[in-house]
Design a protein around this ligand. Sequence first.
Ligand code: FES
Length: 573
Amino acid sequence: MSDSKNDRQGLKKGLTNYGDPGFSLFLRKAFIKGAGYTDDALDRPVVGITNTGSSYNPCHGNMPQLIEAVKRGVMLAGGLPMDFPTISVHESFSAPTSMFLRNLMSMDTEELVRAQPMDAVVLIGGCDKTVPAQLMGAASAGIPAIQLITGSMLTGSHRGERVGACTDCRRYWGKFRAEEIDGEEIAAVNNQLVASVGTCSVMGTASTMACAAEALGMTVPGGASPPAVTADRIRIAEQTGAQAVAIARAGLTIDKILTPAAFENALRVLLAIGGSTNGIVHLTAIAGRMGIDIDLAALDRMGRETPVLLDLKPSGRHYMEDFHAAGGMATLLRELKPLLRLGALTVTGRTLGEEIERAGPGFAQDVVRTAADPIYPQGGLAVLRGNLAPGGAIIKQSAADARLMEHEGRAVVFENAQDMAERIDRDDLDVTADDILVLKHIGPKGAPGMPEAGYIPIPKKLARSGVKDIVRISDGRMSGTAFGTIVLHITPESAVGGPLALVKNGDQIRLDVAGRRIELLVDEAELKKRHAALAPAGTPDWAKRGYAWLFNETILQADEGCDFDFMRENGKG
Ligand code: FES
């Protein structure tokens, strides 16, 4: 059998190896014809569509409608749509944490995209880890790929106040903990926080990655913002299907889209939207699959010149549906234009700059601010370094308390999440509002999976007396929907003997966000002594076998995106 280009397309791609390629194709066609396909259908460009619908994933609850619309778009453009299931990961239904499963989902996506015959793939994702996992997998698979976002949920209403997951979840839970509201009211709020299927309605990780995906050029224009249950979202799905056929025909592979310029644009957008700190980890992981390093120092420099323009919770006031009504990403990109790499190619085959022009002039709205009147003068995220975080740490300054940005305080240490859960609400906990809460062992290996436990609750005795914020430090992550003066992603983590492991109750810690420093004020000789006394890290019980073993053996630190060392381009750790 010849190996012409035509033989490497459509159903003829990647034949199962029976030692006789002609027979392999004959058999493949025989089986698929069992589903009623004609030869005409089977000769078309094949567009794979990842089906990440799951009863455990209400953020993807519109999957059937999206798949139907993508298929319509594919067929209108003359292609053959083939949907197939992959792993689906929801934040609240993934133990120990969704991040533990992100790399597994990326591997599943990559291998199924590679193993099954398709000329392009539509990746349908939305909930926090799904879009990063899909982009990581597609980046490694290397074929033409296009991202479809499931879209945000609608907002609800509690006693006349508009509410949405999950900034308001945390706010109301904080009120309940502080005994400002009773059990009846918190139960009533619980019915309103998630008013429809779709992803969290604020600038959490899902919305952040939706915006980042569009900034990367991986969605059709306007693909980030339509809510899940709207006609706009369905139209985007149809357009995505049609565009998938176009990129299949053009051979527009993902490496032409995911370039250093595209990642720079995504980081600009991440900063300008007050995006989730998780976005840095995910973009680093996706870039790593392309052999591109995300330099935290460069990110911090960009942060100093990129204002927060998007007035969305948790940094601002609005919700994703308001962003969509305000024109979505076109409005933001138009405002950010002087800072963008406009020549970056997108899945439309046009550049980002051309797409901004095609979107036309803006209109009056109050969700995307102008650069002259930002909601925060610098980027939402700052990168800290110091003897407590030699590999870096992150703070979401736009969601932090300005009074605490320069702060020195006494460490109140929790050895792990369980220790924190047991002691944080005790009345005899020795803590004041001027202290710094330190939580160890919630990093990539420590918990495992770097759970979003970095949003350490305000100790009950302080919450009751009206304390709304306190400096908190950990090697974990926090939800993009959370807020507070919270230092995250301390690298290296405590479970691998990072300096965070050495902190003791009563030590002084200095946080200096303006100077980008986080320092443990303990002399070097004492730190060396403490380091020598650390117990050697063996294989923990949870990591004795299976995927958990693989995870523990190969997970990289936050500054390398928490990918597995062997999954990065050429397996470089
Ligand atoms: Fe799925 Fe928030 S839980 S996006």
